[in-house]
Design a protein around this ligand. Structure first.
Ligand SMILES: [Zn+2]
Length: 437
């Protein structure tokens, strides 16, 4: 490992920048006694200029700052590929006497109408900081774009992104929550949102009034994304209705337009309601299109299968079948205390636990799949470059509490430390008093 480190300083075919010279004297941060998956024993992780410089025996350099992981597991920074910070933490404003889902949605409309950019920026900042505290170093943030709130949510989330740029990587999705061809929808606004600085073109095709309009919705979003050379992230078939077929059409369009690897689809609950032959056909299309499927177990568990009697379905897409087919599957915390979901902590370790339960991924390989869904797979969906716990990559990582993955998931303990681009952005000391003494 050390050889590789010194080679990286040798100016053969690579001219070191002036500021790299100080690497020779010290590293900015060293994490000692770290357990890293797939590596034997405990290792040290040396970090300089925001990047991982070495994993193994510590470099013979001073460290400006150190963290003693004390044998706990260190993993790549969590990546949340699906969150609505513009609507997060609205729960306290909802009637305490209780409300139906419909009432909560109507309340959100009023809030969107009356809210200000400043309020959205501040509230979304608090929500995303909860994610950071729990280990997320990257978040894909959906901003509603419709005639109710106009561009306020996009502007609020862009301001939040700017304010938090040193602690978390945020991508803003321009998301037509009300559809494009229903009241509140406006494709022109979506274009304006992208011009205002949104990163990703969103979509909500399954919500349109007809299959024909859903297809027009997908076409319009794909046209815009291709014109602007942007990635796409749509909510597809967020229903247990087996006639909802927007994922299928999105996959066909992705293939026909050559947008492979640049499209994500969230929820896709109807896939679980298709008969097995139809589901296998759609999964094959999704794999061919290199679409990432983002499954958010918390929200699907409480909103899907609501009409079921007796046995209530699990409210989840075909996660294990998608994984088995080689599809990139990621998982996110969709909601934090909003009208659709009253809980949520922005905690991807908790998301992993929900996914492990609902998709029955509890053995060793299953737990690893759960971790991949909130780290490498989610990072791939967001197109993050130089991501992952390897020498040379950006130093985004989390020091967990647990000597192995199962223990970390079982305990769900506050993270010992969260590091974003080489800087400690969250730390938790836990003091517990238990027993009679
Ligand atoms: Zn969502």
């Amino acid at each position: 490992m050390r050889d590789r480190w010194f080679r990286s300083l040798t100016p053969v075919g690579w001219l070191p920048r002036l500021r790299d010279v100080h690497f020779i004297d010290s590293v900015d941060l060293r994490i000692d006694n770290a357990l890293v998956l797939d590596l034997p024993g405990n290792v040290s992780i040396d970090i300089s200029d925001g990047r991982i410089r070495n994993i193994g025996v510590p470099l013979e350099l001073k460290a400006v700052e150190t963290i003693d992981a004390e044998g706990n597991l260190v993993v790549s920074g969590f990546v949340n590929p699906h969150l609505h910070p513009d609507k997060s933490l609205l729960g306290d404003s909802l009637p305490r006497s209780g409300h139906s889902l419909e009432e909560a949605v109507r309340f959100t409309w009023r809030f969107k109408e009356e809210g200000t950019v400043q309020e959205i920026a501040e509230r979304s900042r608090r929500a995303v900081l909860e994610c950071v505290a729990a280990g997320s170093t990257a978040v894909r943030a959906f901003a509603d774009v419709d005639t109710i709130g106009g561009l306020k949510p996009v502007e609020g989330l862009l301001e939040m992104k700017e304010r938090l740029q040193e602690v978390v990587a945020v991508q803003v999705v321009a998301f037509p929550q009300e559809g494009l061809f229903r009241p509140g929808g406006d494709i022109g606004l979506l274009r304006e949102a992208m011009a205002a600085g949104a990163d990703v073109v969103g979509g909500m095709p399954w919500f349109e009034y007809s299959d024909e309009l859903a297809r027009r919705h997908i076409d319009a979003c794909m046209d815009l994304a291709q014109e602007l050379d942007r990635d796409v992230h749509m909510l597809c078939d967020d229903t247990d209705d087996p006639t909802s077929r927007t994922l299928e059409y999105l996959a066909v369009q992705t293939i026909e337009r050559g947008w492979h690897g640049r499209v994500s689809a969230s929820h896709c609950g109807a896939l679980a309601a298709y008969d097995h032959t139809q589901a296998a056909r759609v999964i094959d299309l999704v794999r061919s299109a290199d679409i990432t499927i983002v499954s958010n177990p918390h929200i699907s568990l409480v909103l899907d299968g609501l009409r079921d009697r007796g046995l209530v379905r699990r409210g989840i897409t075909r996660v294990t079948e998608l994984l088995g087919a080689g599809v990139n599957v990621a998982s996110g915390q969709d909601d934090i205390d909003d009208p659709y979901y009253p809980f949520g902590r922005g905690d991807q370790l908790e998301v992993m636990s929900f996914m492990a339960h609902v998709a029955q991924l509890t053995d060793g390989p299953g737990l690893r799949n759960c971790l991949d869904m909130v780290t490498v797979n989610a990072a791939r969906a967001m197109g993050l470059s130089d991501y992952g716990l390897e020498t040379g990559n950006v130093a985004d990582l989390v020091v967990l509490r647990g000597m192995h993955l199962r223990e970390a998931m079982r305990r769900q303990a506050p993270r010992r430390a969260v590091v974003r681009a080489g800087r400690i952005v969250a730390r938790h000391d836990v003091v517990s008093h238990v027993g009679l003494e």
